[in-house]
Design a protein around this ligand. Structure first.
Ligand SMILES: [Zn+2]
Length: 333
């Protein structure tokens, strides 16, 4: 999940409203997310997409773009997350890196884009990346408790906010009802781990364990083409270090690791908003974590969270920050 900054007063008021209206819900995924989105869609279309070839398919809900030969970005601009899934094609098989929100029919979309057998791998298991998982048989995944818990699905009360007023501007597909929206369960068929290589036939992807934003966060490295698919570990907006299951310390370690890889990466392909950014952003991310932890960066308090602004992205951190609390306080829940 993501990401956009918004007016603090509005956010605070709506946060109170949302929490006040949802007694009994344990959904903390909305915290700091900016429920008062104030016509966020006015920023669309984003210029970053304009230079890419649009790929035809039959569902209004999705937009598909060819980022590289055999790399398709599947964009859902109609909902606040502006989530991006990626279909990566080899000569023998394809990998679907995330399945989006579960509002459009991802399975049908993919069948229109390739005849290859398709396996799913999630960048992590927040609701906006696993929505279409249930329709696929081959699902690679980590074996963390966090992944297993999320694979059991999320009930309507846990995800209703994300399809409520202010979250969606586009007409939703026929047959979709916000009142019935859930995150459906799925089954991991094949475990993956850090360092594993996935051979698609002429395309090899290296799995990087990049916990921080979420415990099961992964990036995918295509060394040959110098591409890094970053999931929610990096995208050009507010990055979350504070969610249930997040770990600032792990995220910082991940950022260092990715910065060390930056010389091997020309392009990062994030899971929200924009499909291609320079590999040098990985260095900026590590520098940002270092500056925050060293106390060299300034912040504003938003919804009781610290937001550190670095221009292209910002970091959202708990207040007080984890390094000023007990070690066990990081990675709460
Ligand atoms: Zn996420």
């Amino acid at each position: 999940m993501t990401r956009k900054p918004l007016p603090a007063v509005l956010a605070a008021a709506l946060l109170v409203f949302v929490w006040g209206c949802r007694p009994g819900t344990d959904n903390q995924e909305v915290r700091g997310r900016g429920e008062g989105k104030d016509r966020w869609w006015d920023a669309l279309p984003r210029a970053a997409w304009s230079g890419l070839e649009r790929v035809e398919q039959s569902q209004e809900w999705f937009e598909v773009y060819r980022v590289r030969p055999g790399v398709l970005a599947i964009y859902e601009p109609g909902q606040f997350e502006e989530v991006i899934s990626y279909l990566i094609l080899g000569s023998e098989r394809a990998l679907l890196f995330d399945t989006g929100l579960g509002i459009g029919d991802m399975r049908r979309l993919v069948s229109e884009l390739t005849d290859l057998d398709v396996a799913v791998l999630n960048s992590h298991t927040h609701y906006d990346h696993v929505g279409g998982n249930h329709a696929f048989d081959a699902i690679y995944g980590t074996t963390t408790d966090y992944t297993r818990a999320n694979a059991r699905g999320r009930g309507h009360d846990q995800v209703a906010e994300f399809v409520g007023p202010g979250w969606i501007w586009k007409p939703t597909p026929e047959g979709f009802s916000p009142d019935a929206y859930v995150s459906r369960p799925f089954t991991i068929s094949t475990p993956v781990e850090d360092g594993q290589r996935l051979d698609l036939g002429g395309v090899e992807l290296e799995v990087l364990g990049t916990s921080g934003h979420a415990p099961d966060a992964l990036c995918l490295l295509d060394r040959e083409r110098r591409l890094l698919f970053t999931g929610d570990t990096f995208y050009p907006a507010t990055l979350y270090t504070h969610l249930p299951g997040s770990s600032f310390a792990d995220y910082r370690t991940t950022a260092r690791r990715l910065a060390a890889l930056a010389p091997a990466v020309d392009v990062v392909l994030p899971a929200h908003n924009e499909p291609t950014l320079p590999g040098t952003e990985l260095v900026a991310l590590a520098d940002a974590f270092a500056a925050v932890e060293a106390g060299h960066a300034s912040f504003v308090l938003t919804d009781g969270l610290r937001e550190y602004d670095f221009g292209r992205f910002s970091l959202l951190v708990t207040d007080p920050p984890p390094w000023q609390r007990e070690p066990s306080a990081d990675r709460a829940e």
